[in-house]
Design a binder for this molecule. Structure first.
Ligand code: SAH
Ligand code: TYD
Length: 405
């Protein structure tokens, strides 16, 4: 048994998804022979309650100068981060000399709001290509991986921060003790850490197993996050559920005793107990739910193929890499995946090697069915795809259950 990445307790895996490629590793046929695979296995720690991967991919294989995920492909996410930034500016900045740090700042989707308001800021974004896009927007960005040593360098050069932000990045970092120690050094006495990630409660309730892939080393709950940061003199002072990425949780964390703790923290922990997030049986049930969902989705896709229907994937998400490889979806079942991100287009999906085509390929010749891999952006997508429906097109959704509509 492997030790828990957080507390070193031996942990028992509850599920293997089999061999998986890098979720964002879109590639050309010439690159197939070197494609990296690892075993995607999830485990629950009975002591600190952290759900995690047991086999990790080297961060430099995932985050580099050809990183395929550009945050600003979703208009709705840009609005979400604008509201997030406005909230930080309203509630948490010291007017004397405010300073905001964000890790995983990507193409600047959040920090652009601070830059526009002339707030002193720093983005820490190791993937050089997306960082360059942010710099082009006038956002101060350093291409490094954040850890404790790096936090010391920031304090020496820029001073301490009022707010330390992270969206969909904290769960990517296996060395969270170093990150937490760095944040403790970096935050002003009344400074706050605010981060959000897909929430374990939503994954369990919706069987959204496609949130599980190489980049997501952890699947957080309030219980596991409280335990981790508690070891570093920090405490969770508020938790705020977010209706993005299929259900996320925003954690607000401060130096212990520096700020009042909202009742939301105990309330959410009680909900987690009711949901069974602290019990191993919950994860055995999750595995059975995932297996059933896979069987239903594959039965549907095979049936549509027998009927001679055209099925196309919508959104070459990282999540779709888990779905296609775990379920065994091949290009004979899904003709291609439509995606608006230029760097993904003309390439093939990781592992399953389904062609990725620009949106025009979808629009110019509508398929009979669109398999909604970007289900977390359903609202935004449905609002602009009425023509597909009018042409008789149907959507296949698989979260929280397999459904054609
Ligand atoms: N915050 C954006 C991007 C999320 S993708 C959003 O929510 O849309 C995760 C990002 O975190 C990637 O751009 C990746 O390069 C970056 N990242 C990964 N490990 C990191 C680390 N140790 N420090 C800082 N950023 C990291
Ligand atoms: P997303 O679900 O945000 O992330 P992840 O890769 O972490 O699973 O990815 C959405 C993908 O879908 C991204 O590659 C852009 C694409 N997309 C479209 O093709 N059309 C759209 O209308 C939207 C909103 C996204």
């Amino acid at each position: 048994m492997k030790p828990c990445l957080i507390c070193k307790t031996p942990i028992e895996p509850f599920m293997s998804f089999g061999k998986m490629p890098i979720a964002n590793g879109f590639l050309t046929p010439e690159q197939y022979p070197e494609e990296h695979f690892f075993e995607l296995v999830t485990a629950f720690c009975p002591h600190c309650k952290m759900v995690q991967l047991t086999e990790l991919v080297d961060e430099r294989k995932m985050f580099h100068e050809n990183y395929a995920f550009f945050s600003s492909t979703s208009v709705r996410m840009a609005e979400h981060f604008q509201r997030f930034a406005e909230g930080v500016m309203k509630d948490y900045l010291d007017p004397a000399d405010p300073f905001v740090v964000e890790i995983g700042s990507n193409d600047g989707i959040m920090l652009q709001n601070f830059a526009r308001a002339s707030v002193r800021h720093l983005g820490i974004e190791p993937s050089a290509n997306v960082a360059e896009v942010a710099r082009g927007k006038g956002i101060c960005t350093i291409s490094e991986f954040f850890n404790e040593d790096f936090a010391r360098r920031i304090v020496a050069e820029h001073g301490q921060a009022d707010a330390f932000l992270g969206a969909n990045v904290m769960c990517h970092i296996p060395y969270l003790h170093s990150v937490a120690a760095g944040i403790r050094i970096l935050l002003k006495p009344r400074g706050v850490l605010m981060f959000e990630d897909p929430y374990l409660g939503d994954i369990v309730q919706k069987t959204s197993f496609d949130q599980i892939y190489d980049e997501h080393a952890f699947y957080f709950s309030v219980a596991s996050v409280s335990h981790l940061f508690g070891e570093h003199g920090l405490e969770v002072i508020d938790v705020q559920p977010q209706n993005v990425h299929g259900g996320s949780m925003r954690y607000v964390i401060a130096h212990k005793g520096a700020r009042p703790v909202s009742a939301s923290v105990a309330l959410q922990r009680a909900k987690e107990e009711t949901l069974g997030l602290n019990r191993p049986e919950t994860y055995d049930q999750l595995r059975r739910n995932i297996e059933r969902l896979r069987d239903e989705l594959m039965a549907l896709l095979r049936d549509l193929k027998r009927q001679g229907k055209r099925v196309v994937g919508y959104g070459a998400t990282s999540k779709s890499t888990t779905v296609t490889n775990y379920c065994g979806i091949t290009p004979d079942l899904v003709e291609f995946i439509s995606d608006t991100t230029p760097i993904k287009q003309g390439k093939f999906s990781p592992g399953a090697h389904i062609p990725v085509r620009p949106y025009s390929a979808f629009e110019e010749h509508y398929p009979d069915y669109a398999l909604l891999f970007a289900w977390n952006h359903a609202e935004e997508i449905m609002a602009k795809e009425q023509k597909f429906r009018d042409a008789g097109g149907q959507w296949i959704n698989y979260v929280p259950k397999v459904q054609v509509s």
